[in-house]
Design a protein around this ligand. Structure first.
Ligand code: UDX
Length: 433
């Protein structure tokens, strides 16, 4: 099928390449010339495992092209819209500027029978308000939210947990998407057809639930800290209950990234507009618990270094908001580094993938690519992104030969406290004795 993908960021670039890899003829369209040039040359503009391979394959096959010219959308049967919906500069609500601009630019190139499939995460009610403009061209608007996780985006797009399609009228348009996703559907992926509002809500509800789960365990970490309990054992124990499950019960410095934080805030803002602010008032608490954990990590470093960090050399392991990503949007890891720097510490940050992005936004920190070089002479070591390079491949005895001090703060509860203590370190975890 001929497909266009409007917006080639984390979502759109992966979607375009993944659609080509399952056999469609795809054009990715973005206003950013640099991004389009990189993608056209087969270079992923961000770190995403597996993306370079399917980009190269798609381009070589001739099925995948990228352009800044919206006219290239004409002739496609399905137009996916995957532009960003960031948090507004002066509030919690989502900024829909890019969605509106993408739809407006696309309208002149639509033909009757086309399907416009929104993938961006939008406040509930957005699709219904966009639908008349799309339908005036004879095309149909559906909402097909994306659930991909950065770091696993290719796999999550080609073989998702579920597919959700919100439609306004009949199910014809959903049938077209069923064809688009034929390999996944044939493989047994649940294909849920619903109305527009439900489809929009499924996405924000899923992210709100995940954020709540993380903040729940982080709240338990706060209680563990005043009782001497161990939150990781607590999580293991409650996680054995299949109704609860162990995943997303990783206590630490909390969630960040381009989705969870802004999505829960946009959800709160939208609920307020709908006169239902109280229904999701708990999301404010979820956000606050999350932000408090960054304070806690900073405090542990201060305590570990005897009450002040001024002029102390602190090595921060990680900058990305999570491993397998170079994304530093709302990264708790980088926030901890920036706060320590603000307290006068001499902060050195290392990360396998995210340093260039971090340096652009926070040039005041020192960045060292090589992990061992970064550790050399450190008074304290702070793990904030649980890359394998730090959690599995860094032996505490090796780290001890490099660092000057013996204080380690494990902001992700990713290290083995017994092993680090045995190597002479004073270990501080998050919600662990
Ligand atoms: C998330 C959703 O998982 C995905 O379905 C949605 O489409 C986009 O938002 P992503 O932002 O890629 O995906 O990251 P995710 O893996 O969900 O992690 C989010 C944050 O939570 C990270 O900062 C991570 O470190 C943190 N986290 C995750 C925890 O602190 N503890 C956990 O147990 C799990």
């Amino acid at each position: 099928m001929r497909i266009s993908v409007i917006g080639c960021g984390y979502l759109g670039a992966v979607h375009a390449a993944a659609m080509a890899s399952i056999g469609h003829e795809v054009v990715g369209i973005d206003v950013d010339e640099r991004k389009v040039a990189a993608l056209s040359a087969g270079r992923a503009p961000f770190f995403e495992p597996g993306l370079p391979e399917i980009l190269a394959e798609g381009i070589a096959s001739g099925r995948l092209t990228f352009t800044t010219d919206m006219a290239a959308a004409s002739g496609a049967r399905v137009h996916f819209v995957g532009v960003g919906t960031p948090q507004q500069k002066d509030g919690y609500a989502a900024d829909l500027t890019y969605v509106n601009a993408a739809i407006d630019a696309l309208l002149p190139h639509l033909s009757p029978g086309d399907v416009v499939a929104g993938k961006s995460t939008v406040p509930v009610g957005t699709a219904a308000s966009l639908a008349p403009r799309v339908e005036a061209t004879g095309a149909t608007l559906v909402w097909n939210p994306e659930f991909l996780r950065e770091g696993f985006a290719v796999q999550d797009t080609i073989d998702p947990d579920r597919l959700v399609v919100g439609v306004a009228g009949g199910e014809d348009a959903a049938g077209v998407l069923r064809e688009v996703y034929a390999p996944a559907v044939a493989g047994g992926t649940p294909f849920i057809v619903t109305d527009l509002a439900t489809a929009e809500l499924v996405k924000v509800a899923a992210n709100a639930f995940l954020a709540t789960k993380i903040s729940f365990i982080n709240a338990m970490a706060e209680i563990a800290e005043v009782t001497g309990a161990d939150v990781t054992q607590l999580a293991d124990a409650i996680g054995h209950d299949v109704r609860i499950g162990r995943r997303f019960l990783g206590a630490g410095i909390g969630f960040g990234g381009g989705c969870l934080p802004k999505d829960i805030r946009a959800f709160s803002a939208r609920a307020e507009e709908l006169g239902r602010g109280e229904s999701v008032a708990f999301l404010r608490e979820v956000d606050e618990i999350n932000l408090r954990r960054r304070d806690r990590a900073v405090q542990l470093v201060v305590d570990g270094l005897g009450g002040q960090v001024y002029e102390k050399r602190i090595t921060v392991l990680g900058a990305a908001f999570k491993p397998h990503s170079d994304d530093i949007r709302d990264s708790p890891a980088l926030d901890v580094a920036v706060r320590l720097h603000g307290l006068g510490a001499r902060v050195t940050v290392t990360d396998p993938e995210a340093l260039a992005n971090a340096a652009r936004v926070h040039p005041q920190l020192t960045y060292v690519h090589d992990r061992d070089e970064a550790l050399t002479g450190a008074d304290a070591v702070v793990l904030v992104t649980e890359w394998d390079e730090y959690r599995r491949q860094l032996s505490p005895s090796h780290a001890a030969t490099l660092a000057a001090g013996r204080v380690v703060v494990d902001g992700r509860n990713a290290l083995d406290p017994a092993a680090w203590r045995a190597a002479g370190w004073t270990y501080f975890g998050m919600g662990r004795p």
